[in-house]
Design a protein around this ligand. Structure first.
Ligand SMILES: Nc1ncnc2c1ncn2[C@@H]1O[C@H](COP(=O)(O)OP(=O)(O)OP(=O)(O)O)[C@@H](O)[C@H]1O
Ligand SMILES: [Mg+2]
Length: 148
């Protein structure tokens, strides 16, 4: 079974992906680490303070991985770019803006990056893109620790 966990920064992807992997006995895959280890990015953007990922390269890499190891949970805000035929379920993590702002401030991100990341959630970017890609989407709201 292949489960992907997408969502805007700090909405709880890693926490949820690890939990699901444990519960369903699937292998947890830290896609960010894979991107770094295998140089699946095009360049580092100082303006955005992050790597700009080559999504084609990333997809090729992940498809190969899925074909080999069929029971995985992929943790990445880029995972929903995978063609839906490779994916059984797409989880989108969401979080209230108030809680998200707190989490981003705790990370000591500069204001611009906080703003950009809040905008991502406001415009529901990952969710909308996942639906556009026709994934079977399930939303998990992590605003309140008690509810998940
Ligand atoms: N329900 C919660 N209540 C309070 N804090 C939470 C909750 N869920 C997650 N957090 C905190 O929010 C932060 C973000 O969670 P997590 O690292 O899982 O998000 P992420 O989506 O994987 O972020 P990134 O996009 O940077 O990888 C973590 O510091 C975590 O401790
Ligand atoms: Mg994470």
């Amino acid at each position: 079974m292949v489960i992907i966990v997408t969502g805007c920064p700090a909405t709880g992807k890693t926490i949820i992906a690890r939990k699901i992997a444990e519960k369903k006995k699937l292998r947890y895959i830290d896609v960010n680490q894979l991107i770094k280890d295998n140089k699946l990015y095009s360049y580092y953007s100082r303006k955005d303070m992050s790597y700009v990922v080559d999504v084609k390269k990333l997809n090729r890499f992940l498809i190969k991985l899925i074909k080999k190891d069929k029971d995985v949970v992929l943790d990445s805000h880029l995972s929903h770019y995978l063609p839906n035929k490779y994916v059984d379920e797409c989880i989108v993590t969401k979080c209230s803006l108030k809680e998200l702002k707190k989490r981003l401030e705790k990370r000591k991100y500069p204001n611009k990056k906080i703003r950009d990341n809040l905008d991502c959630e406001i415009f529901d970017v990952c969710h909308i893109e996942a639906l556009e890609n026709k994934h079977k989407v399930r939303i998990i709201d992590t605003s309140d620790k008690k509810t998940f």
